[in-house]
Write a protein that binds this ligand. Structure first.
Ligand code: AMP
Length: 175
């Protein structure tokens, strides 16, 4: 982890207690988006790590789309969308996973990746890892490989990294 990138992220996070439910501290990344210099630095920092090593970026709905789109543009590669159930209009692969209460399903278009493509998965926050692990499985179901999984912020006390197995995972800032 670059300590400079970590500091940029740390300085542009807002902690929101009891959102969306009591007991959760929501990590709001919108201050980072509001600062053009900081947003650019973060995108360039991630792009520099993966330049030449990935063929496509896959953003996880919804804040992963923001970082994913900028990153794909910067890297000069395409963008795939990993979406919540029922949003994608064509044939999909889907994966369900458990949440603290209930379950969730994410989907990707069956033609989002071609066989053997190297995919960089991106999301804002790694919490329990259920979302990113399912997204990685979707990529692999399509015959592509997960070349990296990147997060702006990792909540290490939730242990999400273990859910990702040995897939190469990088977080700009960890708490
Ligand atoms: P998880 O599957 O538990 O790793 O949750 C990851 C997803 O939920 C990511 O898409 C995050 O945007 C969101 N998320 C989970 N916990 C938080 C949190 N404390 N603050 C902000 N976003 C969160």
């Amino acid at each position: 982890m670059s300590s400079e990138l970590s500091s940029v992220v740390e300085a542009h996070l807002a902690d929101v207690p009891d959102f969306p439910v009591e007991g959760v501290v929501f990590k709001d990344i919108t201050p980072l988006l509001q600062d053009p210099g900081a947003f650019r630095r973060v995108i360039e920092g991630i792009a520099d790590r993966y330049r030449g090593a990935v063929d496509v970026v896959a953003g996880i709905e919804s804040r992963g789309f923001i970082f994913g789109a900028a990153l794909a543009y910067e890297l000069g590669v395409g963008l795939a969308l990993i979406r919540k159930q029922g949003k994608l209009p064509r044939e999909t692969h889907s994966m369900s996973y458990d949440l603290e209460y209930g379950s969730a399903t994410i989907e990707v278009h069956r033609d989002a990746f071609t066989e053997g493509q190297r995919v960089l998965l991106i999301d804002d926050v790694l919490a329990t890892g259920g979302t990113a692990a399912s997204a990685a499985t979707l990529v692999e179901t399509c015959g592509a490989s997960v070349a990296g999984i990147s997060f702006i912020l990792e909540l290490s006390f939730l242990g999400g990294r273990a859910a990702l197995g040995d897939r190469p995972t990088w977080s700009l800032h960890t708490v």
